[in-house]
Ligand binder design. Structure first.
Ligand code: SF4
Length: 428
């Protein structure tokens, strides 16, 4: 009988993309991949350490595994395994702790390291070299597939532990990206999401992010290319020109702002002023008027006064930003900001987060209103509660009724009513 293995992914899109690759890898090693809630012999948790919540989630998941799958041996891998290996090794039923440097070798590590009574810890320093990925990230749950092109970061923003958890910036070999893209297309994926920690810093033998997009553009069968998130200081003009000329590149960019005030940006060591950020997104918005621009913002960074917060609020409100993720600042052990004075009290952080989340909902609503009554092409994903749900290239969530299956199909839909976080529409 095959060994059963299940997976749980915490954190970002990059982690999701790596989990998909690992699932396919384990299948090719003879395992049976089962759903997280099914009984399994081994459970792999791909951890995250971006905030305190990410850290706490690992503990919660380990306890959940003990309840739903008490016999299972647990492998904790990824970012928290890289930075807090000893803490993770003490958790119940944990058999393997494998950091980012070697997590893609997990099948071999499990094969070779089962005899020991103590948890096996494999978390060496992450090398700086370019890399390849041994399997494709075919995703059976989603029509979109993530394609990892880069890892690590050299920026050392003061709130962030990523350069420690994922190492310094390095890029995937160019041909290896295209090889995976062809496998993903053959498996039926029509939309590929370019992922990495800092994809704008992609650099392999003279090729950059625009070369990756152009090469994917030429792969027959890919209908959409989406960039998951890109730092404001790394967006080349040629990328925007590409988007403007109606290639397969989606009219969508997620560009982290983090704060709307220069004092805080400086403390965060973000390397730009708010004026630079705003003029960048204004320029992008006038070049590609129907683009959806998203951002990330941190509230409660040390020293953030009411004045700083009001400025952030003002910019989020008035700039062509259509949605944003709000993160509460939390101290990270390895990040430089832990030494900063003037912490913001938790109640204020909560209140500011609440104010921004309300603004976010209004901005998304305003963006959707611009498209109500227009016809847009939607890539449908799944049927839920009697409706087919999908996304436009500029990230509008659309629902429609159909007796035909729409899964993984691109369909023109006339958008009608806005209902909370989606628009209902009629197929034309
Ligand atoms: S750019 Fe800054 S926030 Fe983003 S991963 Fe690098 S260090 Fe972290």
């Amino acid at each position: 009988m095959k060994t059963k293995i299940s997976f749980y992914t915490l954190g970002c899109r990059l982690n999701q993309s790596e989990t998909s690759v690992m699932q396919n890898q384990f299948e090719s090693h003879g395992y049976q991949v089962v759903d997280f809630y099914q009984p399994s012999d081994i459970v792999v948790v791909n951890t995250c350490t971006v905030t305190k919540h990410g850290d706490n989630d690992t503990r919660k998941i380990v306890h959940k595994i003990q309840r739903v799958n008490p016999q299972a041996q647990i492998a904790l891998i990824g970012c928290q395994a890289q930075t807090q290996k000893e803490i993770l090794a003490e958790m119940p039923n944990v058999k393997w702790v494998v950091g980012n440097a070697r997590k893609m070798e997990l099948p071999e590590i499990i094969r070779d390291e089962t005899a020991s009574d103590h948890p096996v810890i494999v978390a060496p320093t992450i090398p700086r070299e370019s890399f390849t990925i041994p399997a494709a990230g075919i995703d059976r749950q989603h029509t979109r597939a993530n394609i990892k092109i880069q890892d690590g970061c050299d920026s050392f923003c003061s709130f962030c532990e990523i350069p420690y958890a994922r190492g310094r910036a390095r890029s995937r070999e160019f041909d290896d990206i295209l090889k995976e893209a062809r496998v993903l297309v053959d498996a039926g994926h029509k939309e590929l999401v370019i992922t990495g920690i800092n994809v704008g810093h992609y650099a392999y033998k003279g090729k950059g992010i625009v070369d990756v997009v152009s090469a994917l553009d030429d792969v027959a069968g890919i209908e959409r290319i989406r960039i998951s998130s890109i730092e404001p200081t790394t967006i080349p003009d040629t990328l925007i020109q590409k988007m403007k000329t109606k290639t397969k590149l989606c009219r969508y960019l997620h560009i982290p702002m983090q704060s709307g005030h220069d004092d805080i940006l400086q403390l965060m060591k973000r390397g730009y002023r708010i004026e630079d950020f705003l003029s960048l997104i204004q320029r992008i918005h006038s070049d590609v008027p129907e683009i959806c621009i998203g951002t990330d913002v941190i509230v409660g960074f040390p020293g953030e006064t009411d004045e700083h917060f009001k400025t952030t609020y003002h910019h989020l409100k008035s700039a062509p930003i259509n949605y944003f993720h709000v993160f509460s600042y939390s101290k990270r052990k390895m990040a430089k900001a832990k030494k900063l004075a003037d912490p913001v009290d938790p109640a204020t952080i909560q209140e500011r987060s609440h104010i921004l989340r309300e603004l976010r909902d209004r901005k998304r609503q305003a963006f959707y209103e611009l498209f109500s009554g227009t016809t847009q092409t939607v890539l449908f994903e799944q049927k839920k509660d009697g409706f087919w749900a999908g996304l436009t290239d500029n990230y509008i969530r659309v629902k429609t009724k159909s007796t035909q299956t729409l899964e993984n199909q691109l369909v023109d839909v006339k958008l009608d009513n806005i209902e909370h976080n989606f628009i209902s529409g009629t197929i034309v």
